[in-house]
Design a protein around this ligand. Structure first.
Ligand SMILES: Cc1cc2nc3c(=O)[nH]c(=O)nc-3n(C[C@H](O)[C@H](O)[C@H](O)COP(=O)(O)OP(=O)(O)OC[C@H]3O[C@@H](n4cnc5c(N)ncnc54)[C@H](O)[C@@H]3O)c2cc1C
Length: 383
């Protein structure tokens, strides 16, 4: 059996940056994924939004580091991941959303995030053509942005591989192997691989993976649909998030990428649990009516493609990150909900520090918030 310092299960939004961070520190790491190439799980279903403007310290700190990595990636590596610093706009039409957004500003300001509540005139400047009827204002954070999930993960993958990380694709991990309560390796088909550390970055499939050693991880697949239009000349720069509920849905969000395509998705209400990824006939009429209501200029755009993917959801909308207390050597970095792409690079570095035993004070704040052993009682405001 080949012996590794760590084996990562899942070459997705979290697994690949984790491999990159570990390999760069000389850790002998193997990543195993059932799919044929990196990012073919949920990473490629993300629409590419990246923000540090969350509502809790753990997500803010993790995403701040991610934002730094995404925004400087091309400059540092010469590889274009279609980073676009267009900011995030949460327009407000009702007192309910105004209260939520103003309520989280203090924690965002405390972490020095560049975000403010602005009036309707500034909202109109950021999003020309926005429906003005009843517009009260909104929050705007100009340093947030977007990137292409597939370009980004493939670039991270190349960096990880060139630093020495090994990848095996088309291999399903059937079991985590344990002896006397300690991880000793994994079994994948007819092959076994030896290690004392297994990192669970299996996303929506973490429950199945960890179930092989009797560990219950509260991560549930929750499906969301998205779509992309034909490219047109760029006419707005920000990610727009409308938090208002609508018929059969909660919030929806969209932006125009660097190629001029508008990419969008919506949060179904009630949630659609399960792993079915077939597109529905409900999504497009539902989301387009809401988008055109908010920004009427979108009405002539033609949709080119749609897809349905899975959020790895947790009961409170926050990730699950930490060492398992019953199985020594099992490290969870899962349950990223709708934010795994944006949290990925920062999370990868954090997990690498955990494995090397070099966590910082900030890491401890993050790890307390994301602990697998928390109560799961609250609800993250912008999950
Ligand atoms: C429509 C939609 C829009 C989204 N938009 C955004 C966005 O704008 N910004 C954002 O940050 N996030 C977004 N997300 C969420 C984001 O896609 C996920 O949070 C993220 O991809 C989860 O990362 P992960 O590494 O946990 O899982 P994944 O990226 O799915 O990686 C897990 C990998 O593990 C592999 N695997 C699992 N079990 C096994 C096993 N037993 N053996 C071998 N391999 C295994 C899978 O094949 C997969 O490749 C969106 C999601 C959807 C569906």
């Amino acid at each position: 059996m080949s012996r590794y310092d760590a084996i990562i299960v899942g070459a997705g939004s979290i697994g690949v940056p984790t491999a990159m961070a570990l390999a760069e520190e000389g850790v002998k790491v193997l990543v195993i994924d059932q799919n044929a190439s990196p990012g073919q799980g949920e990473n490629k279903h993300a629409i590419g939004g990246i923000r540090a403007t969350h509502s809790s310290p753990g997500k803010i700190l993790t995403a701040l580091r991610s934002l730094e990595i995404f925004s400087t990636w091309e400059e540092k590596t010469g590889e274009d991941i279609e980073w676009l610093q267009g900011g995030y706009l949460f327009p407000v039409y009702r007192k309910e959303e105004e209260e939520i957004l103003k309520g989280i500003l203090p924690v965002q300001k405390k972490h020095c995030l560049n975000i403010d509540y602005v009036g309707p005139e500034e909202v109109k400047e950021v999003l020309p053509g926005i429906n003005e009827e009843g517009l009260l204002g909104g929050t705007y954070s100009p340093e947030d942005g977007s990137a292409s999930p597939l370009l980004a993960i493939n670039s991270f993958y190349r960096k990880a591989a060139s630093a020495g990380a090994e990848f095996r694709f088309g291999l399903h991990v059937d079991a985590i192997l344990c002896q006397k309560g300690r991880v000793v390796g994994v079994r994948a088909g007819s092959e076994s691989f030896s290690t004392a550390v297994v990192v669970d970055t299996a996303g929506p499939f973490s429950r199945a993976l960890c179930g092989t050693v009797g560990v219950e991880v509260p991560v549930y697949a929750d499906s969301h649909e998205a779509a992309i239009t034909e490219p047109v000349k760029n006419f707005f720069g920000c990610m727009v998030v409308d938090l208002r509920p609508g018929p059969g849905s909660k919030n929806f969000y969209f932006y125009q990428n660097r190629r001029g395509q508008v990419v969008f998705c919506i949060t179904p209400d009630p949630p659609i649990l399960g792993t079915d990824k077939r597109e529905t006939s409900v999504f497009l009429p539902q989301v387009s009516a809401r988008m055109v209501g908010l920004l009427p200029r979108l009405k002539n755009l033609r949709v080119r493609r749609m897809w349905r993917g899975l959020y790895p959801m947790t009961p409170d909308g926050s990730p699950i990150v930490g060492w398992n207390r019953d199985i020594e050597g099992l490290l969870h970095a899962t349950g990223m909900c709708g934010q795994g792409f944006m949290l990925g690079p920062g999370m990868g570095e954090l997990v690498a520090r955990m494995i090397r035993g070099e966590t910082t004070e900030n890491d401890e704040v993050i790890l307390e918030e994301f602990s697998p052993y928390r109560q799961f009682a609250g609800q993250e405001a912008l999950k």
